[in-house]
Design a protein around this ligand. Structure first.
Ligand SMILES: [Zn+2]
Ligand SMILES: [Zn+2]
Length: 269
């Protein structure tokens, strides 16, 4: 089972990093999490070979903010002729009718074809708790964000937690996972980060400081913490400082580049 980071930037893609997208290859199945601009990496290696090798394709969405769903516009190109199941939170999780959430994004005049006209895509929903999908136990929980998001946990291998406040329940959700992928927007104080980035404090505060994410990883007993959904108004040098700040709280904290790959050790299964 191999996880590839296709996009680790939040909000706005940069020259080095695309917006949120992960790909998990597992026994001939490809599970993609979020459809940020990183989804475009499926068109070139290593994404193109993952796609060619997969006999079953799944896409899971955390929420409908545009930086996480803009890749839906790429589906007819990237997955042409392939059956793709798109999994979104059921209405009980986020208050959004799943059909409406997607159909309002993919319709005229925003997209040349309506969602219902796309061949080979199928909509499915995930519910709170454990969902058995594609041979995996996929745990889902609602998270607080300006709109409700969901976190995903795949078996005991990884938890994907982005666009959320620092929530003590995340430590329970991610208990003993091999890798916690958690958003980190800044380190230190929000005011210092606002001053350094030039962003209004109001765009900093709804997100999580790296040290808080590190404390959650430590409380969860996670093997590693990867800081994701990185703030595009900071440099790679800042991310290194942020990584070091997180490591003072949890030594397994890291900032990984786009296209970083990790193979999960399934020997314990
Ligand atoms: Zn986001
Ligand atoms: Zn968001």
């Amino acid at each position: 089972m191999r996880l590839t980071l296709l996009g680790t930037q939040g909000w706005i893609p940069t020259g080095r990093r695309e917006t949120t997208c992960l790909a998990l290859e597992s026994a001939g199945r490809l599970l993609i999490f979020d459809a940020g601009t990183g989804l475009r990496r499926m068109l070139e290696p290593p994404g193109s070979s993952m796609l060619a090798a997969a006999r079953e394709l799944h896409l899971f969405l955390t929420h409908y903010h545009l930086d996480h769903v803009c890749g839906l516009a790429y589906l007819p190109g990237i997955f042409a002729g392939r059956k793709l199941t798109v999994h979104v939170p059921e209405m009980g999780l986020n208050g959004v009718d799943p059909e409406r959430g997607i159909a309002e994004l993919i319709r005229n005049p925003y997209n040349p074809r309506a969602w219902g006209e796309l061949p080979d895509v199928e909509l499915a929903t995930v519910h709170a708790g454990v969902n058995e999908v594609a041979g995996h136990a996929i745990r889902v929980r609602a998270q607080q964000h300006p709109d409700i998001t969901v976190g995903y946990r795949v078996d005991d291998d990884f938890a994907f937690v982005t666009d959320t406040l620092a929530d003590p329940e995340t430590a329970v959700f991610a208990k003993a996972v091999a890798v916690l992928l958690h958003e980190a927007w800044y380190y230190g104080s929000a005011d210092a980060a606002a001053a350094r980035s030039g962003l209004p404090a109001a765009t900093i505060a709804p997100h999580v400081a790296a040290e808080r994410a590190a404390a959650l990883a430590a409380a969860a007993g996670a093997g590693e913490l990867w800081l994701i959904h990185l703030n595009p108004f900071f440099t790679e040098a800042y991310y290194t400082e942020m990584e070091q700040a997180a490591q003072t709280v949890f030594c397994g904290a890291a900032v990984r580049p786009d296209l970083y790959q990790h193979v999960f050790d399934r020997a314990a299964d």
